[in-house]
Design a protein. Sequence first.
Length: 227
Amino acid sequence: MGLAHLPRFVILPTVLLCYLCMTDVAVPAEFGDVEVSAYALGAWPRDVDIFNQETTVPASIQDGFGAGLKVGLFPAALKRMVGLEIDSNMHGTAVSFPNITDGRNNETGHSDLLIINSTFNLILRYPGERIRPYIGAGIGWSHGTLLNPNIAGRDDQDFDAARAFTHQFLGGIQLLLSPNVHLFGSNRSYPLFLFGEYRYLSSDFHWDALAIDFRTHYGLMGVGLRF
């Protein structure tokens, strides 16, 4: 898959990460901190009602796993306590529900579901030397794609994508692992940190004759570099 085929919100953090890693770049200390992080995530969606072809029934949504990237900027003018992050992640899950349309009583609708989130997060943190707790909130877009849906009464498609406005709340903590990490033989060193994070995200997806208010808890674990 070429770079042109990737979503733009995935390209931006990836390109910036590669640029910082492959060049001898330093962010002036008087400007602030730039943080680039990669993480794995677990998703624990809530079971909610789903609208299917003019009926509303309870749906079951499976837990999922995925990964993401984020880039944060914390200006020195704000004492490195307030910052803005660009964040992108994706994960898989699946949804199933009773299919009672057109007089059906004993059938089940099912589809795998791919979720891609892209948000801008406002972060408030305590800029400690080794431990940095933080909280924040974000808004952006979420893409939900039905993969191989098996739903009776629906015009079957291999996939069906929907985009929705999304918002989230988060909290986490950073732990400094090493203050001096050298990248690819660079003479400069950068702090390496580990972080854990909790998020709660909300998106309302509307596909063809199908809609769901997607609500999920996320747990993140990752590593990052501070430039």
